[in-house]
Design a protein around this ligand. Structure first.
Ligand SMILES: Cc1cc2nc3c(=O)[nH]c(=O)nc-3n(C[C@H](O)[C@H](O)[C@H](O)COP(=O)(O)OP(=O)(O)OC[C@H]3O[C@@H](n4cnc5c(N)ncnc54)[C@H](O)[C@@H]3O)c2cc1C
Length: 473
């Protein structure tokens, strides 16, 4: 290791690894320090239940990963990353045995919303279909990290996406099928539906399905992190695991320090005082990883063909579950569930004929109850006989999630509430969210734009701020 490194990255989540890779491929000397025994943060894979069952303790579905401009710029395929797609990207079953879907085809998606809303959906997404690569790059590079490539489409997207999702759903749709599916999409970032720009959240997920699909990574999400780490090592960067950073002095001398941590931890480690005291953390989840004796026995056909399945009876139930988790101190009786069934398309994840499956429901930050029964009651409504297929389960509520990853404060898996202005402008109202009051210290975690998800774009954007400074000094 040189005596003075160009950059040190704290935390080997997708954003930390991406920031390190972006710097190393530009010739800067880089070292990464990760508290846990393996790299990956929220993109890891482990045998959590029984031998041969490979679970993703955190992220499993990657609509934002496959469509990420940051990942597309890196040779991750050469380092073993392979995306696997199910026939349908996502399905949302109803109690009558039918389902709304997000299909690669806009027409099939629209048809699943019923005759009244099919046209409205087509009109909503039409201006953006076929423009994902420029739109997502422009949107995910806000604020001010790159000049928009297609400012007209970005402005149009801003107009469509800026209103609260609750307003968009009332204006656009007459029936509950589209409303329910779309409400669920917004819930992926645990954003209250009445919040500014929540329409954009739903639109991004829907467009991702049409343009790129919602794949899983072959072998599990660890494959994303391992590909990033292997590329980094080939570039000559060092990656240290089992190395928790508590103070800046724990790190070797460097010209820049890049933190893939919560703003709160960064302020504590780097002595930034109360700089991020205003930053709010949001609701958490209760997550269950299942080893199953067979596929989930969904009543509807569509969820049997989709790796991601949303579970919630109607838009009222989904919205209410989100409201209870975000605004009260108790858990919903009928939680809205996001579920992923990776072994539908990846037999390497479980012994022959068996399956891995994960489900989580939203709960308040810091909640320490057990949501297992409520989650399984909810699953049984849409997949009767589910419980009979369970061979083993591993549960994790807010305290366990927080222990797994220091970035999940109170179990907040988004590393900061995605509500109010904080949905878009995080961690501060600033044109330079990756910078801190210390000129050599930067933040690159999902507490910065574009926010939560395994896409590496916060790391990519932060790296730009870092190399501009390194080149200027
Ligand atoms: C249950 C769950 C399900 C999810 N599902 C999805 C999904 O399906 N799709 C999706 O796109 N996203 C999903 N996410 C969100 C996604 O995992 C995160 O948004 C993403 O991992 C954020 O990346 P990051 O690099 O900012 O931080 P993280 O992935 O959280 O990584 C931060 C890393 O920094 C390390 N670290 C923290 N402090 C220190 C320190 N002081 N010293 C050294 N190391 C430190 C941590 O150990 C961790 O490895 C899910 C998250 C959870 C928890």
């Amino acid at each position: 290791m040189p005596s003075m490194l160009d950059a040190v990255v704290v935390g080997a989540g997708p954003n930390g690894l991406t920031a390190a890779a972006e710097l190393a491929r530009r010739g800067f000397s880089v070292a990464v320090f990760e508290a846990k025994g393996t790299v990956g943060g929220g993109a890891r894979t482990e045998e959590l239940t029984l031998p041969g069952f490979r679970h993703d303790p955190c992220a499993a579905a990657h609509p934002l990963g496959i469509g990420s401009p940051a990942f597309q710029n890196l040779p991750l395929g050469r380092y073993g990353l392979e995306w696997l797609q199910s026939e349908l990207p996502m399905a949302h079953p109803f109690l009558d045995g039918t389902a709304a879907v997000l299909s690669r085809s806009v027409a099939e998606t629209a048809a699943s919303f019923g005759p009244h809303d099919a046209g409205a959906y087509r009109r909503l997404v039409a201006p953006f279909v076929g423009k994902w690569d420029t739109l997502v790059r422009d949107f995910m590079s806000l604020p001010l990290t790159a000049l928009p490539r297609d400012p007209v489409t970005l402005a149009r997207f801003g107009l469509a996406g800026l209103p609260p999702a609750s307003w968009l759903l009332r204006q656009r749709f007459r029936d509950d099928r589209a409303r329910t599916l779309f409400t669920g999409l917004v819930a992926h970032v645990i954003a209250p539906l009445g919040g500014l720009a929540t329409s954009a959240v739903g639109l991004v997920f829907a467009l991702a399905a049409h343009e790129k699909g919602w794949p899983v990574a072959r072998g599990g999400s660890q494959a994303i992190s391992d590909a990033l780490a292997a590329y980094l090592k080939d570039l000559g960067a060092a990656v240290h695991t089992d190395f928790e950073i508590k103070r800046l002095d724990d790190l070797p001398p460097a010209r820049a320090y890049v933190f893939d941590t919560s703003p709160t931890a960064l302020a504590r480690i780097a002595g930034l005082g109360g700089f991020y005291d205003h930053y709010r953390y949001g609701a958490s989840v209760f997550k269950i990883d299942y080893a199953l004796d067979g596929p989930v026995p969904w009543t509807a056909d569509a969820p049997r063909r989709a790796t991601t399945v949303q579970v919630g009876a109607d838009s009222r139930e989904v919205g209410e579950a989100l409201r209870i988790a975000s605004r009260t101190d108790h858990a919903p009786d009928a939680p809205f569930l996001i579920t992923v069934q990776p072994s539908l398309v990846d037999p390497s994840r479980a012994p022959e004929g068996k399956h891995v499956f994960w489900a989580y429901g939203h709960v308040p930050n810091g909640w320490d109850g057990d949501l297992t029964d409520a989650i399984e009651r909810q699953l049984e409504r849409f997949a009767p006989g589910f419980r009979d297929r369970v061979l083993a389960r591993a549960t994790a509520g807010p305290p366990e999630l927080a222990a797994r990853n220091a970035n999940y404060i109170g179990g907040d898996i988004a590393c900061g509430a995605a509500s109010g202005l904080q949905l878009l402008l995080r961690p501060k109202l600033s044109l330079h969210p990756y910078r801190t009051p210390h000129p050599a210290i930067f933040l690159c975690s999902s507490a910065t734009p574009p926010g939560p998800g395994v896409h590496g774009m916060s790391g990519h954007n932060a790296a730009k701020a870092v190399w501009r400074r390194l080149r200027a000094s």
